[in-house]
Design a protein around this ligand. Structure first.
Ligand SMILES: NC(=O)c1ccc[n+]([C@@H]2O[C@H](COP(=O)([O-])OP(=O)(O)OC[C@H]3O[C@@H](n4cnc5c(N)ncnc54)[C@H](O)[C@@H]3O)[C@@H](O)[C@H]2O)c1
Length: 99
């Protein structure tokens, strides 16, 4: 029995590595996955991999270093799917060290 059937799961940095693996995991567990990344082609590729397994996924471009893009991303998800159940804030950004 899939564990996340019909849950809406947003994953940032889902174009590769941990984010992509997490996106594939949630899709296999029945979730509607929102793949987000700063890199459109790799994000779309993750979406294609999920669809090739008959999973449900869509891609939204977002740079998590830009707060207005994050706000827009969440708004788009809620507007399209009605709710957001899980957010995997995987994409990390570096900030300068203060000494
Ligand atoms: N892999 C590790 O051993 C490890 C260890 C500790 C922490 N982390 C952290 O976990 C996260 C994922 O690691 P990974 O190894 O899968 O990295 P990765 O480089 O394979 O994937 C990172 C993804 O994030 C995307 N990305 C980069 N900047 C972005 C931005 N500003 N906005 C949106 N997307 C952006 C990239 O395009 C890429 O698809 C990173 O934040 C990393 O710092 C990883």
């Amino acid at each position: 029995m899939p564990r996340f059937t019909d849950q809406v799961v947003l994953i940032t940095g889902a174009g590769s590595g941990i984010g992509r693996a997490t996106a594939l995991y949630f899709a296999r567990e029945g979730a509607q996955v929102i793949v987000s990344d700063i890199n459109e082609s790799s994000g779309q590729q993750t979406t294609s991999f999920i669809k090739a397994e008959a999973g449900r996924a869509s891609f939204i471009l977002c740079d998590v270093a830009r707060p207005e893009q994050i706000a827009s991303l969440v708004q788009q998800v809620v507007s399209e799917y009605g709710h957001l159940d899980i957010a995997i804030n995987n994409a990390g950004i570096g900030v300068p060290c203060r000494r």
